[in-house]
Design a protein around this ligand. Structure first.
Ligand code: EPZ
Length: 429
C-alpha cells in the first residue's frame, strides 16, 4: 500500500486551489437517480469515494461519463431507467454514504433493497433517523439479514419529519426522497450544513420546490417528476480548513482560492484566537503565520455553523505545538480521537477521557511512522508531519485518497517536502 513521507520544517508559501466538496458531490450524484434526464455536475472532485459511488450507480442503471475540461472536471450522470434497486453489503460497507441511494430508488421506483452500513471507526453511526424519515413519507421498511427492504408501491406521500437531533445524512436522505413525494413535507430540526443548501439548490434546478435549506426548517412541495440540470459542486470547506491549518502549523503564507471563507467561520475564529493571521477575500482566504508560538485554545465540535467535527483532528495537530493546554470536546461522534495515540508517537502530550481531549503543547514534534483509521485523522498526521523534526511516514494512504484530491501536489507546490512512496502491494495490517 502507498505511504506518504513528509520531511518537516519547510514553511509554506503559495496558492492552493480548493476542489469541489466530497460530501456534497456524493449526494448530488445520488440525485441523478431521481430523473431520466442527464445531470451534469461540474467542479467535481476526483476522489476514491466519487469513483466508488459512480460504480454503484452504474449497477443501478446510471450511465456515468467523466470528462476533464479546461474549466475543470465534470461528471454527466444519466439514469434513463432504474435497472436494479439492490445495493449489496460489500458496496455499502466500503462507503457508508452509498446508503443514501435508498431514498431516491424508493422515490423513483417504489422499492429498494439496500444493505445497512454497519458501524465505522469513528462511531456506531446508526441510520435510524434515515429510516424514520422515509417511514414518515409513507414507506414500508422491513429489516432482514442486514438489509433494508423498503416499499412504497403507490409512491411516497408528503409528511412531517421532526428530527430528534441534527443529522446531515438523514436530512439529505429525506430531501432526496421527499422531492418526488405526493404533497408537502416539512422537516424540522434539519441540518444546516452548506452541503444541504448545495443539494437543495441542485434539486431545485431539477424542478423540485424546496425552501428553507440552510435553516432548521425545510419545506418541500413534492413533484411528479424531475428534469436534468447542470450544477457546480460547492467548494470543499473541510479541505479549505485543512490547508488553513496546514499553513498555520508549518508557518508561512498560503492563499486558498476557489473557496469561501464564510464556510469555515468557526475555524477562523479559533485560528485568530490562537494567533494566526487570516484575511478573507472574495475567492477564499489567506492564512499567515510568521514565527512565535501559537496560543492554546479550547473548542467543541458542533453541527454547522459550529466547529466541524471533520476539522477536529487537524486542529488537535495544531494544538500539539501551542503554548499551554488546549481542551477539545468531540460532541458528534463517540470515537473520534483515534489520531491522539498516533500524534503521541510524534511526541505530542495528549490525554483523552471520553469525549474530551487535553492537549498540552510541546516545544517540538519528532517524525515517526504513523497510521490512522479514517480520512480526517490521516490528514491530521500529515499536518503534524509538516512541523515535526525529521521524517514522518503516514501509512494507509488510501484513507487520504478517499477525500483529498492531489494532496501531495497541492502541498508541495507551496514548498512542503512531501512525497508518495508507491506500495509493494502488501497489506500493512
Ligand atoms: C456526515 O456524516 C459526513 N459524511 C461526515 O463526514 C461528517 O463528519 C458528519 O456528517 C457530521 O458533520 C458525509 O457527508 C458523507 P450525521 P453523517 O448523520 O451524515 C448520529 C468525513 O470524514 N446518527 O450528521 O453520517 C451519528 O451516529 C465524514 O468526510 C444517528 O444516531 O453524520 C452521529 O453521532 C466522516 N442516527 C450524529 O448522529 C442516524 O440515523 C451525526 O451524524 C443518523 C445519525
Amino acid at each position: 500500500m502507498d505511504r506518504i513521507a513528509i520531511t518537516g520544517g519547510a514553511r509554506l508559501q503559495g496558492e492552493i486551489p480548493i476542489s469541489g466538496a466530497k460530501n456534497s458531490a456524493i449526494k448530488l450524484m445520488a440525485a441523478s437517480l431521481l430523473t431520466d434526464e442527464p445531470l451534469r455536475l461540474t467542479n467535481m472532485p476526483r476522489l476514491a469515494d466519487t469513483r466508488f459511488l459512480g460504480k454503484l450507480l452504474q449497477r443501478l442503471g446510471t450511465e456515468v461519463v467523466e470528462s476533464e475540461l479546461e474549466s475543470g472536471s465534470e461528471t454527466l450522470l444519466t439514469t434513463r431507467e432504474i435497472v436494479s434497486g439492490f445495493a449489496p453489503y460489500d458496496l455499502v460497507r466500503q462507503m457508508r454514504a452509498s446508503f443514501n441511494v435508498l431514498g431516491p430508488l424508493l422515490a423513483r421506483s417504489g422499492q429498494a433493497k439496500v444493505s445497512l452500513p454497519g458501524g465505522c471507526t469513528i462511531g456506531a453511526r446508526p441510520v435510524d433517523l434515515h429510516l424514520k424519515a422515509l417511514e414518515a413519507l409513507g414507506a414500508r421498511i422491513d429489516l432482514h439479514e442486514g438489509y433494508v427492504y423498503a416499499q412504497a408501491p403507490r409512491g411516497l406521500k408528503g409528511g412531517e419529519i421532526d428530527f430528534p437531533f441534527v443529522s446531515v445524512g438523514a436530512t439529505e436522505h429525506a430531501l432526496l426522497a421527499a422531492v418526488l413525494a405526493d404533497g408537502d413535507t416539512v422537516m424540522t430540526n434539519a441540518a444546516q450544513e452548506p452541503e444541504i443548501v448545495d443539494l437543495a439548490e441542485c434539486l431545485n434546478k431539477m424542478g423540485a420546490k424546496i425552501t428553507g435549506a440552510g435553516t432548521s426548517t425545510i419545506r418541500i412541495q413534492g413533484a411528479t417528476s424531475l428534469s436534468g440540470a447542470t450544477h457546480a459542486v460547492l467548494p470543499d470547506r473541510i479541505e479549505t480548513g485543512t490547508y488553513a491549518l496546514a499553513a498555520a502549523m508549518a508557518g508561512g503564507e498560503v492563499r486558498l482560492t476557489r473557496t469561501r471563507s464564510d464556510f469555515i467561520a468557526a475555524l477562523i475564529d479559533k485560528l485568530v484566537e490562537a494567533g494566526v493571521e487570516v484575511t478573507a477575500h472574495n475567492d477564499g482566504l489567506t492564512v499567515k503565520r510568521n514565527g512565535g508560538r501559537l496560543r492554546a485554545v479550547e473548542l467543541e465540535t458542533d453541527p454547522y455553523p459550529g466547529f466541524a467535527t471533520d476539522l477536529q483532528a487537524q486542529f488537535m495537530a495544531l494544538m500539539t505545538l501551542a503554548e499551554g493546554e488546549s481542551i477539545i470536546r468531540e460532541t458528534i461522534f463517540e470515537n473520534r480521537f483515534m489520531h491522539a495515540p498516533e500524534l503521541r508517537r510524534l511526541g505530542a502530550d495528549i490525554t483523552v477521557h471520553g469525549g474530551e481531549a487535553r492537549v498540552r503543547g510541546v516545544e517540538a514534534l519528532e517524525g515517526a511512522q504513523v497510521m490512522a483509521t479514517d480520512l480526517r485523522a490521516s490528514v491530521s498526521l500529515v499536518i503534524a508531519g509538516l512541523a515535526a523534526r525529521g521524517e514522518t511516514v503516514v501509512n494507509r494512504v488510501y484513507h487520504l485518497d478517499r477525500g483529498f484530491e492531489r494532496l501531495e501536489e497541492k502541498l508541495s507546490a507551496c514548498g512542503a517536502q512531501i512525497r508518495r512512496i508507491q506500495g509493494d502491494g502488501e497489506a500493512e495490517d
